[in-house]
Design a protein around this ligand. Structure first.
Ligand code: SPV
Ligand code: MG
Length: 299
């Protein structure tokens, strides 16, 4: 099945679905091997892994290059966190064209202004997009996709910017009418209150996606009860790797030795496995003349 169809099925299914953050080819592969049916290409994580801020400091084509590696390394669908679409309707529709070429299954755009800032940094101070302008962007993106199953998710930042339920509903409804396939409703509260209020009024008009980074204490069963379609675990591969890399680097620096490290890190064999080294060996058998035999001796 095409990746676009798989993502659409995941979000349209009666069952609550889950996708997990990745930020490069390796983490994308790890997400797939864990059993997830989809990948969240997180703007925060991709930018952090590049060592820059989640404020469109990495150019959109640099993000595209990362996505290409993620897509090539995996067989499950990828939903891109497309920030604001990297500009106006014209930039956003060109993004759709480039994503389809790389077999990305969908993109989420948020109703803020370019350059954006992560929602958890002074969210209440962030300017929102004009509703009509954002609707035009959604329409342009929908008109550009060539695969009907490519997914456009409209992310509503009304709660993040402190505007409340009425504004969240007004925006979500406008984006639905503009053609969005699903709505992502974001909240920075430590509880489910805003999401719950939204879900009750929204009443299933379109599938709803949530990102429970801040309300992580809410049991998942509650998301099911509210009728949420898709949960994004948005940044936990990035954050876990930061923690482990800090510990390992510090310890090797202090001890000037690997003695206490080796048993706590992935084996070299595991690295080679994740890279698909075996496939290359088999290909060499098939394609390299015997006189060139031995890994990578053909060059
Ligand atoms: C991301 O993962 O980059 C997101 C989710 O957009 S959040 O960081 O919660 O804004
Ligand atoms: Mg983001």
């Amino acid at each position: 099945m095409k990746k676009t169809k798989e993502l659409r099925n995941l979000i349209n299914s009666e069952k609550l679905g889950f996708i997990m953050e990745a930020h490069n080819g390796l983490s994308a592969k790890i997400v797939e091997e864990a059993g997830f049916k989809g990948i969240w290409a997180s703007g925060l994580s991709i930018s952090a892994a590049m060592g820059v801020r989640d404020s469109n400091e990495a150019s959109w084509t640099q993000v595209l290059d990362v996505l290409e590696f993620m897509s090539d390394a995996t067989s499950i669908p990828i939903l891109l966190d497309g920030d604001t679409g990297y500009g106006n309707f014209n930039n956003a529709r060109r993004l759709v064209k480039k994503l389809e070429q790389r077999d990305i299954a969908g993109v989420c755009i948020e109703d803020k202004q370019f350059p954006k800032m992560n929602s958890f940094i002074n969210g209440q101070l962030q300017p929102m997009a004009d509703i009509e302008e954002f609707c035009g962007k959604i329409k342009a993106m929908k008109d550009t996709q060539t695969d009907d199953d490519f997914l456009i998710v409209a992310r509503v930042e009304a709660f993040i910017t402190g505007r409340g339920l009425d504004e969240a509903l007004r925006r979500a409804e406008a984006y639905r009418k503009a053609g969005a396939d699903a709505v992502l409703i974001h909240s920075k509260r430590p509880d489910i209150m805003e999401i719950e209020a939204f879900m009750k009024e929204w009443a299933g008009r379109l599938p709803v996606v949530i990102v429970p980074t801040k309300y992580y204490l809410t049991p998942t069963v509650k998301f099911r009860e509210l009728g949420v379609s898709l949960v994004i675990w948005a940044n936990h591969n990035l954050r876990s790797s930061i923690e482990v890399m800090k510990q390992v680097s510090r310890r090797i620096y202090q001890e000037e030795s690997l003695i206490h490290i080796e048993k706590n890190v992935a084996t070299m064999e595991e690295v080679f496995r994740l890279q698909g080294a075996e496939e290359l060996e088999a290909a060499e058998q098939q394609y390299l003349p015997a006189s060139h035999s031995g890994t990578n001796q053909g060059i």
